[in-house]
Every structure is written in structure tokens, then in C-alpha cells.
Design a protein around this ligand. Structure first.
Ligand SMILES: [Zn+2]
Length: 170
């Protein structure tokens, strides 16, 4: 029980050398920042201040005192293939693939807000409007998400390439 709580609180800082991880972690519902700068020190200090786990391929990060002392958690990613990278992260940190689907905008990392069917009328394709009942919207980019084929395909891929079990049915 305590373990699950801890997993639920995990937040990430994804280094630009493993950038593809950001989207997949957000699909799973984990709060994930993507570091796109060149100043490692600012990435490290943001991660430290916000309690984020750093994911990186940079061995220099792993040698920093804040990391070796255990003050800041960082995971050195071994593979350069995104699918193997996800596999490693999920296994090393014991992540839940179905943690919070549809919780976070894949582009902005913002918590998504529930919208009624009426609220999205004329903002989604007619076929989607006819066939989908649950919608969420990003308050920043105003992208609307629904449980359509695109999302299902991503979830299937995630489950497949990480060998993740479905923990609960919606
Ligand atoms: Zn957004």
C-alpha cells in the first residue's frame, strides 16, 4: 500500500538524450518534464527542487554529488532504443502502465480536465462525437482527447513493448 502511494507520487525529468520517454510516461499519467536545454546544472536543480527523478544517458549526471549521495534520484538509461528504454524505466522503478490514463496532456504535461459531450460538440470530428462519450481537454493547448483508436493503439503498443499487465479495467 505504501509502495503504491510512493509510485503514485513519482515525477520525472527526462533529459533530451532520452526525449521519447516523455510522451510514454505522460501516456501512463506520470508528471514528466522534458529538459531541452544544454545547462545540466539547471536540469539538476529543477529536478531537486521539484522532487523529480532524472532519466538520462549521461554518465556525468550520475557522478554528481547530489546523485551519489542519494539526495536526487537518477536512472542511467542503458539502451538508445526508446522501447528498451521504456522497458528499463518501468522495470527499474516498478511503474504502473495503467497508472492514470487520460490524466496529462502529451504535449504540455498539464492535468487534463473532464468535458461533457455538449462542451466538445463542433470541436471534434462528427464521427468521434457520435461514437465517443468521454472527453478531456488540456487547459493550456486546448487539445481534446477521447478514448478513440489513436489512444487505444498507443496503449496497446505500450502494453506490448513493455510486457505490462493491465492492472484495472475502466
Ligand atoms: Zn496541452
Amino acid at each position: 500500500m505504501g509502495m503504491r502511494l510512493m509510485i503514485g507520487n513519482l515525477k520525472f525529468m527526462v533529459d533530451n538524450n532520452v526525449g521519447k520517454l516523455a510522451k510514454w510516461l505522460r501516456i501512463m499519467g506520470y508528471d514528466t518534464l522534458f529538459f531541452n536545454g544544454s545547462d545540466d546544472a539547471s536540469m539538476v536543480s529543477t529536478a531537486l527542487n521539484e522532487g523529480r527523478v532524472i532519466l538520462t544517458r549521461d554518465t556525468q549526471i550520475m557522478k554528481r554529488r547530489v546523485v551519489t549521495s542519494g539526495q536526487l534520484k537518477a536512472v542511467l538509461i542503458k539502451s538508445d532504443e526508446p522501447e528498451l528504454q521504456m522497458h528499463q524505466v518501468i522495470n527499474d522503478l516498478n511503474l504502473d502502465c495503467q497508472f492514470r490514463p487520460f490524466a496529462i496532456c502529451l504535449e504540455c504535461n498539464q492535468p487534463l480536465l473532464e468535458r461533457s459531450k455538449q462542451q466538445v460538440e463542433r470541436r471534434v470530428p462528427p464521427y468521434v462525437f457520435r461514437t465517443q462519450n468521454q472527453y478531456v481537454e488540456c487547459p493550456i493547448c486546448h487539445r481534446i482527447y477521447w478514448r478513440g483508436t489513436h489512444w487505444q493503439a498507443m496503449t496497446r503498443k505500450l502494453n506490448k513493448f513493455v510486457g505490462c499487465q493491465r492492472n484495472r479495467e475502466e
